[in-house]
Design a protein around this ligand. Sequence first.
Ligand code: HEC
Length: 251
Amino acid sequence: MCMSIKAKDYVKGIWGIALSLLLGVNLLCVSVSNAAIPKDKAEEIAKYVAAMIVAGRGVVARHQGLINDPSKGDKGFTPEYVEAKMKESFKKITGKDVNELDPLVKTVVDQVLHAAKMSVQMNQGRINQKGKGFKMYIPAVFGRETGQILKGMSKIMIKQTTFKYRNNYNQPDEFEKKVLSKFESSDWPKGKGYGEMVGNFYRYLQPIYIKKACLKCHGGPKGASDIAGRKKEGYKEGDLRGAISVMFPVK
Ligand code: HEC
């Protein structure tokens, strides 16, 4: 079954252009169901969706050396390659193969994978550019784009949010602020997510923490420029950086 695509959903600057290019190759023609998610499956779905985003961010993080290698043109960092790596990493994180998931959960997780592949596809030109080092195809950009694409093709909304946001798009709303504050408190078990119903929506946040690899851009000294020319926040390893925020309507 092919989804019907409303052009107006995609007329968002560069997204309009990029997505219409993709539509030309029918990438959105996947078998997905956009039926509302039943309440009793909400938490499971939110957790696996967040895990797949964490997996994808990790894949992009671990390939920064390749992506930013100026001596190479074609990097082989294709949507299919990234999908395979994401599935591998998802299995490490959750202990589950994507194919073992409950069919409804799998449908939604597949949509996330599909959106992630579209982001990678749209960035092939940038990734495969020879002679250029840092390309700004970083976990945060991958995650934001995947969320934006997913929002256009499903009812699932994903955001990477934090109190110290660099991009206004990631600014926390009231609910996210409340949950981020919970995560910051010293008695919150590290790594534990939090979800609840808010009106007709299920909302879930999965905390993410600063690792060694994040420090060169988000570490110290606070206020110094990172490789992207942005100000470092002065985080230390293990600090709460923010959360993957997942939200969707349930019935
Ligand atoms: C190469 C520099 C770089 C590295 C390394 C890096 N980041 Fe970032 N990060 C950025 C930039 C630049 C942004 C803003 C991206 C945007 O405009 O959407 C950002 C944004 C984010 C955001 C979204 C919130 C915001 O500030 O808008 C999160 C969450 C985040 N980074 C987490 C991490 C984590 C966790 C790591 C380590 C695994 C990491 N980053 C590694 C540069 C980096």
